[in-house]
Design a protein around this ligand. Structure first.
Ligand code: UD1
Ligand code: MG
Length: 463
């Protein structure tokens, strides 16, 4: 979505706060929201603006934060050794900003923010020739946010933090999002004048507003149409809340594309999932990571599909679990099936209840319908694998391969001791233990224990 291009813009992302209220060993901005960290959500939107550069300000756990995103985004790492406030954090990034005309400052804990909203701020900032523009929002519950104070003419005068606000100011319901766009030279000149004479003894970024006005600069608040986009995450409850709101956005987006989602409050669909038209996702299902499900599929109830590729007209029945699997068109999976990494199912394959497939290719229209384990196997087309069949692929040290030809019929409860090959069209009798090559066509079966009949045998009776 690179429809923007702001080559004279440097972005500074603030991520140095400890996030103590999360009570977590993981830095706050790396917490997951529908398959992506909060920081990754923010960076994806910023990258869509095509800025000159992105500077990421980090503090404690900075290396971990940087390592999590450096391969995905072009960011430069700025360290803020001590967290002395948002203004101080921006100051640390000065050297990264010197060649830019404008600086956009974004907090890393606002995963609902959308690229279009940032672009609107930048457009307004440039068109109105403002020196400082920031996104504000009208919210019903402004507690905790900086309040936007305006004079009688409605002109912005300052942003007052909750802890510094008087009773009247606390009643104001227009709040600052913390997202600013500022002319570069002015920004760093004003930051030098910011002091920490406030309740938290911090150098606040919003303190540049009154300083700018004193110098006759132009400051504009740009009201966000959707106040939810500015919601910040400081604790687990807020994390859940933004996750729910984002999930609703994702689900409504898929509904517009022709996907039905039953009991949506019970369903999880990550942001990177792709779904086809006329597909139905039933209650309790989870579609995770880079999963793609084609047209006219039925998923669930209670199916989990992770990092998998599902073609058109597939049914994934209740309680099935797929991870890094590929399912061909018209396949029928489950209920209670497990497809593990590198399960490659061709068109029309049927995998039934309590069947596990790992690192195996299952050819077109083959069926493994009941209680089986198939691992490290290449199976041809039109095979029928009976109930309870096991590929014994592991000798305790190494994994071995099983190869099954087209049209093979494997009787129930067969053990295929790998490495082993079953020829095309072979039939294996039920209960066989197969250790050698199975010739094509014909019947192969291992010796069976003699069946005995004890005529006068009596069942024991309860004493
Ligand atoms: C901040 C704003 C407030 C705004 C709100 C919106 C200030 C002083 N207050 O408050 O006006 O309404 O965001 O969510 O700017 N950070 C650093 N270094 C620091 C301090 C903070 O990098 O020294 C980072 C944090 O990691 C976070 C962001 O800056 O990503 C905002 O800090 P936070 O403590 O969450 O500020 P709020 O109290 O939410
Ligand atoms: Mg915050």
């Amino acid at each position: 979505m690179n429809q923007y291009h702001y080559s004279n813009l440097q972005v500074v992302v603030l991520a140095a706060g400890q996030g103590k209220r999360m009570r977590s060993a993981t830095p706050k901005v790396l917490h997951d929201v529908l398959g992506r960290s909060m920081l990754s959500h923010v960076l994806a939107n910023i990258e869509a603006l095509c800025p000159q550069g992105i500077a990421l300000v980090t503090g404690h756990g900075g290396e971990q934060v940087y390592a999590a995103v450096e391969k995905l985004y072009h960011v430069s790492l700025i360290k803020q050794a001590e967290q002395l406030g948002t203004g101080h954090a921006v100051q640390q990034a000065e050297s990264a900003c010197v060649n830019a005309e404008h600086v956009l400052i974004v907090c890393a804990d606002t995963p609902l923010l959308q690229a279009g909203t940032l672009a609107d701020l930048l457009e307004r900032h440039i068109k109105s020739e403002s020196d400082i523009s920031f996104l504000s929002a009208k919210i019903d519950e402004p507690t905790g946010y900086g309040r936007v104070c305006r004079n009688q003419q409605g002109i912005v005068e300052s942003i007052v933090e909750e802890r510094d606000a008087n009773a009247d100011q606390r009643l104001l319901n227009e709040v600052s999002s913390g997202i600013f766009c500022v002319k570069q030279k002015l920004l760093f000149q004003l930051l030098q004048q910011v002091d920490n004479s406030n309740n938290q003894n911090e150098y606040y970024l919003p303190s540049i507003v009154p300083l700018a006005l004193q110098e006759g600069a132009k400051v504009e608040a740009v009201l966000m149409p959707d106040a939810n986009e500015m919601l910040g995450v400081n604790d687990r409850t807020q994390l859940r809340h933004v996750t729910e709101l984002l999930q609703q956005r994702v689900i409504e987006g898929w509904e517009k594309e022709g996907v039905s989602i039953e009991q949506p409050s019970t369903v999880r669909i990550d942001v990177s999932v792709k779904l086809g038209m006329d597909t139905v996702i039933r209650a309790g299902s989870q579609l995770l990571g880079n999963t793609s499900v084609g047209d006219a599929c039925e998923v669930g109830p209670y199916a989990v599909i992770k990092q998998s590729w599902v073609d058109d007209h597939v049914k994934i029945h209740a309680f099935s679990h797929l991870e890094q699997a590929h399912v061909g068109a018209h396949a029928d999976i489950g209920p209670y099936a497990r497809l593990r990494p590198q399960a490659e199912l061709d068109e029309g394959v049927k995998i039934g209840n309590f069947v596990e497939i790992k690192k195996s290719i299952i050819g077109q229209n083959s069926k493994v319908n009941h209680l089986s384990y198939i691992g490290d196997t290449t199976m041809g087309q039109n095979c029928n694998v009976g109930a309870g069949t096991i590929t014994c692929n592991y000798d305790g040290a190494n994994k071995h391969k099983t190869v099954i030809g087209d049209g093979a019929f494997i009787g129930s409860d067969t053990k295929l001791i790998a490495p082993v090959t079953v020829g095309d069209g072979a039939t294996i009798g039920a209960g066989s233990v197969i250790t050698k090559l199975v010739q094509k066509n014909g019947l192969t079966l291992s010796a069976r224990p003699e069946q005995r009949y004890v005529k006068d045998w009596k069942r024991p009776e309860k004493s």
